[in-house]
Design a protein around this ligand. Structure first.
Ligand code: SAH
Ligand code: SF4
Length: 451
C-alpha cells in the first residue's frame, strides 16, 4: 500500500499507547507511534477518545504483568460501548502468552510479538477489515529502523537506537532470552546509517540499546566489537553525545573503558548491573563473575575514566539469599559507592531456571532488606550528587524547566539532571553550567555559558 493511501487510512483517528518495562520497549513504542503518525493517526492521552489502544508489555517481573492485566480488564466496558475500538497487546507478554491472551480477554483484537513491531499498521488494517482476533507472534522479523521513531520523539534531540536484539546469557532469574530470543546484532553499517540520518534531522544524542552491548558483534561476520562501533559513531557529524545500555560485567573490556576515555562524544556513565554482592548467589544466578571480579572491574574503570558515573541493578531475595549474602550485597554497595541503583525484589518467572530453585525467601524478609538497601543507596546517591556542588558541568540543554521559570533542564555527561538559567535558543546545545547546589535530585546551576 502506498504511503499516501496509508495516510488517508488513519486520517482523523487516534491511537493511545501504554508502555511497560525497559528502554527497549520505550524505543519500540516510539517506533509504533512513528508508524501510526505516518499513517495519519494522532496520538492521544485520553483513552476514551482513542480508536486504537495498544499496550507494549513487559514480563521481566510479575508486577508489570499484573498491572497490564488489570489495565486490560478495565477496557471491557469501553469496548462494549465502542465496538469499533481496536485493542492490541504487543511486547514480551504477547510474545510469551500468544493466544492465551485472547482466550483470557476475548475483547483483545490483536496480539503482536516482539518481532512484529514493524507490522503493526497492517495488523490493525486487517482488524478493520473484519479479521479478529489476530495472533501474530513470529520467531523472527525484520528489525524496524530506529529512524522511524524519530518522528514521534517528544524532544527531537535524543533518540534510542537499538543495536542488537535478544540475549544469550540465560541468567537463571531472567525471562528475556525466552521472550526476546537469541542475540542478534545489527550490522554496523545499518546502525551508522540510522545514526547519520537521525543526526541530519537534528538529533544530537543517541542511546544505544541492547541487553548486553559488550557482546555486540560476536554473532556477526567481520568482527566489529562494541568499542569499534563507538569509534565509528563518534565520527558522525552533528552528533554531540553517545550513551549506551546495558553492559554485562562479565564482558566489559579494558578496550571499552579506554574507548569511553578517548572518544569525546561517548559520555562518562556506565550502567553495570551487579545483581548481588555474594559470589555464591551470583553463581546461582549464572552471572559468570564473582563479587571481587566486579569490584576490580569498577576500580579499573574509575582509574581509566576518572569521575565516571556508575549505576547498577540489584535483585533482593533471590532463592537461597541468606542474611550473610544480603550483608555482602550491602557491603559491596558501600565499597563501590554507586551513583544510583535500581533495586528490585526478586520475582519468580515461569520457565526460568530459578523458578524451581530451593530456598524461597520470605516476602517480609525481602521487603525489609529491600527497604534497608534502598535507604542506604539513597544516602550514597545524594552524597555523590552533592559532591558536584561547586563544579562546572557540561550539560546538554533539553527542555524548559517546568518547575522553575526562566530556566532549562538538561543532563550532565554523567546523566544527572541539572536546572540552569537559559532560553529556548540553547535547547539541543551543550553549555557549561556552574553548579551551586542540589535540590530534589537536581543539580541547580547559577549560570550557563555556551561551549
Ligand atoms: N540485560 C540487562 C537487564 C535486563 S532486565 C542486564 O543483564 O543487565 C533489567 C533488570 O531487571 C535486571 O538487571 C535485573 O536486575 C532485573 N530483573 C530481571 N529479572 C528479574 C526477576 N525475575 N526478578 C527481579 N528482578 C529482575
Ligand atoms: Fe536477562 Fe541476563 Fe540477558 Fe540481562 S544478561 S537480559 S539479565 S539473561
Amino acid at each position: 500500500m502506498s504511503h499516501l493511501s496509508r495516510q488517508r487510512d488513519g486520517a482523523g483517528k487516534s491511537v493511545h499507547i501504554t508502555t511497560f518495562g525497559c528502554q527497549m520497549n520505550q524505543h519500540d513504542s516510539g517506533i509504533v507511534a512513528g508508524l501510526f503518525k505516518k499513517s495519519g493517526y494522532l496520538t492521544t492521552d485520553d483513552i476514551e477518545d482513542a480508536d486504537v489502544i495498544l499496550f507494549n508489555t513487559c514480563c521481566v517481573r510479575a508486577h508489570a504483568e499484573q498491572r497490564l492485566y488489570s489495565r486490560v480488564s478495565q477496557l471491557k466496558p469501553l469496548k462494549i460501548r465502542k465496538p469499533h475500538l481496536i485493542i492490541g497487546v504487543g511486547g514480551c507478554v504477547a510474545q510469551r502468552e500468544k493466544a492465551a491472551l485472547t482466550d483470557r480477554f476475548p475483547f483483545i483484537d490483536v496480539v503482536f510479538g516482539t518481532n512484529a513491531v514493524a507490522d503493526v499498521i497492517s495488523l490493525v488494517e486487517r482488524v478493520e477489515q473484519g479479521e479478529r482476533p489476530i495472533i501474530h507472534v513470529p520467531e523472527e522479523g525484520s528489525a524496524p529502523s530506529s529512524e522511524l521513531a524519530a518522528t514521534s520523539d517528544r524532544l527531537r534531540i535524543h533518540a534510542w537506537v537499538s543495536v542488537m536484539r535478544g540475549c544469550d546469557n540465560y541468567c537463571s532469574y531472567c525471562v528475556v532470552p525466552y521472550v526476546r530470543g537469541p542475540q542478534r546484532s545489527k550490522p554496523p553499517d545499518e546502525i551508522l546509517g540510522n545514526v547519520r540520518s537521525l543526526a541530519s534531522k537534528g538529533v544530537v544524542e543517541v542511546t544505544l540499546l541492547g541487553q548486553n552491548v559488550n557482546s555486540y558483534g560476536q554473532d556477526l561476520d567481520g568482527g566489529v566489537s562494541f568499542s569499534r562501533l563507538l569509534e565509528i559513531l563518534n565520527d558522525v557529524s552533528g552528533l554531540l553525545r553517545v550513551r549506551f545500555t546495558t553492559s554485562h560485567p562479565k564482558d566489559i573490556s579494558k578496550e571499552l573503558m579506554e574507548a569511553m576515555r578517548d572518544l569525546p562524544k561517548v559520555c562518562e556513565h556506565l550502567h553495570l548491573p551487579v545483581q548481588s554482592g555474594s559470589s555464591r548467589i551470583l553463581e546461582r544466578m549464572n552471572r559468570a563473575y564473582t563479587a571481587d571480579e566486579y569490584v576490580r572491574k569498577v576500580d579499573m574503570l574509575r582509574e581509566i575514566v576518572p569521575g565516571i558515573s556508575v549505576t547498577t541493578d540489584i535483585i533482593i531475595g533471590f532463592p537461597g539469599e541468606s542474611d550473610d549474602d544480603f550483608e555482602q550485597t550491602r557491603s559491596l554497595v558501600e565499597r563501590v559507592q554507586f551513583d544510583g541503583a535500581y533495586i528490585f525484589k526478586y520475582s519468580s518467572r515461569p520457565g526460568t531456571a530459578a523458578e524451581h530453585f530451593e530456598g524461597k525467601v520470605d516476602e517480609m524478609i525481602i521487603a525489609k532488606r529491600h527497604k534497608a538497601l534502598l535507604e542506604f543507596q539513597k544516602s550514597i546517591s545524594i552524597r555523590r550528587l552533592e559532591a558536584l556542588a561547586g563544579s562546572d558541568q557540561c550539560v546538554l540543554a533539553e527542555e524548559y524547566d517546568t518547575t522553575r521559570e526562566g530556566r532549562l533542564t538538561g543532563r550532565t555527561r554523567g546523566h544527572r539532571v541539572a536546572s540552569f538559567p537559559g532560553d529556548g535558543s540553547q535547547i539541543g546545545k551543550e553549555v557549561s553550567v556552574h553548579i551551586a547546589r542540589v535540590s530534589r535530585w537536581t543539580l541547580v546551576g547559577k549560570g550557563a555559558e555556551a561551549l
